[in-house]
Design a protein around this ligand. Structure first.
Ligand code: CTP
Ligand code: CA
Length: 226
């Protein structure tokens, strides 16, 4: 372990990782959330630390222990809180890996008290769009090497390539979700897409996938910024 810390491909590199879901509060007892256990992002944080990186993990609400070797963990709840933490940390990071399942919308207002049922009348929630964290980091003057994730239920590669371009990313890790794949599972399959092409990592343990992802990120990062 000590040797890998000293000689790893990301030795001395500052890696920021966001992981887990975000919870958008409706009232003091309810929220809108995403289906994310945080396992993939935490596995990526563990792999980055094992590769020698100085890891800062910004985490939504999850039931996971901080991986060994992670230097710092900042816990957040909402997309706005994740945005604030990531934008602050990104300025001092060399690589940002956005593995979080960020809520796209939040309730326009948070009720002060627990909302009550209304005799069978339907309830309509008004939602406001959350800021795009990755796009904001990409717009920084000196933006870090950017890696996004795209979880899609169909047309995975097409949507992922579109996000790579639209969000000005260096790499995107795309995966098929739904039908028992992806969320809350121990294993996963990923297609890594960057300007050099694409590489499909077959379905395996999230820990192994994370190690392969970190290896490709390290290679591309050093190729781009020698
Ligand atoms: N992401 C982000 N900020 C948001 C929403 C998403 O930084 N407000 C990041 C995710 O962490 C992920 C990438 O953007 O790395 C793609 O997320 P995804 O939900 O697939 O893309 P969206 O742009 O939100 O598009 P849509 O949900 O409509 O497919
Ligand atoms: Ca989204």
């Amino acid at each position: 372990l000590a040797a890998s810390f000293n000689d790893g491909p990301l030795r001395g590199v500052r890696v920021l990782i966001s992981a887990g879901p975000t919870f958008e509060d409706i009232d003091p007892v309810r929220y809108l959330g995403n289906r994310s256990s945080g396992r993939m992002g935490y596995a990526v944080a563990a792999a980055a630390a094992a590769a020698g990186a100085e890891v800062c993990l910004v985490s939504g609400p999850v039931c996971l222990d901080t991986p060994a070797g992670v230097a710092r963990r900042i816990d957040v709840r909402s997309a706005q809180q994740m945005y604030d933490a990531v934008l602050t940390e990104a300025r001092a990071s060399d690589i940002y890996i956005a593995a979080a399942a960020v809520g796209d919308y939040r309730p326009k207002g948070v009720a002060e008290h627990k909302m009550k049922k209304r005799d069978g009348a339907p309830l309509t929630l008004e939602l406001a769009e959350n800021p795009d964290i990755l796009a904001a980091v990409a717009a920084l003057d000196a933006s870090p090497f950017l890696v996004g994730f795209a979880a899609e239920t169909r047309d995975v590669e097409t949507y992922a390539r579109d996000k790579l371009e639209r969000k000005k990313l260096d790499m995107i890790a795309a995966n098929q979700v739904g039908g028992g794949l992806g969320f809350e599972a121990e294993d996963n399959a990923l297609t890594l897409i960057d300007r050099q092409g694409s590489e499909t990592l077959p379905r395996c343990d999230k820990r192994e996938l994370a190690q392969a992802l970190i290896a490709r990120i390290a290679a591309q990062f050093h190729a781009q910024r020698p």
